[in-house]
Design a protein around this ligand. Structure first.
Ligand SMILES: [Zn+2]
Length: 117
């Protein structure tokens, strides 16, 4: 049953229960059911948001992200090619460094000239 049907179903149930109700009372009842329905709809939206949204504010999310990044960056990482240890945060920078590229090719040969030699 979709939420719209739910509203009409409640209204129908109510009218069947009180068939001789004055029109004004029916209108009041419809308003009340509608309010209940809107509130329930809101609650459902809030509930589903709570599931997908992990942090209450953008600021909180950023802080959590930073903490996560810092923890990641402070882990040690060892470059087997150069036999050096460093913070994981420096890994990508190191992998592009001349020192590392030299060591990777081996014996300090120029990586671009080694073919022609
Ligand atoms: Zn290296």
């Amino acid at each position: 049953m979709n939420p719209g049907d739910e509203f009409y179903f409640e209204l129908k149930t109510f009218l069947e229960k009180y068939p001789n109700l004055p029109v004004n009372d029916i209108i009041e009842a419809v308003k009340r059911i509608n309010v209940d329905y809107e509130q329930r709809k809101d609650q459902n939206i809030k509930k589903s948001k709570r599931v997908t949204k992990k942090y209450d504010s953008e600021e909180e999310r950023k802080t959590a992200y930073k903490i996560q990044q810092n923890n990641y960056a402070k882990k040690n990482w060892k470059c087997d090619v150069c036999d050096v240890e460093m913070y994981l945060g420096n890994k990508s920078k190191h992998l592009l460094s001349k020192k590392h590229l030299k060591n990777e090719v081996g014996n300090g040969d120029c990586p671009t000239c080694s073919d022609s030699n």
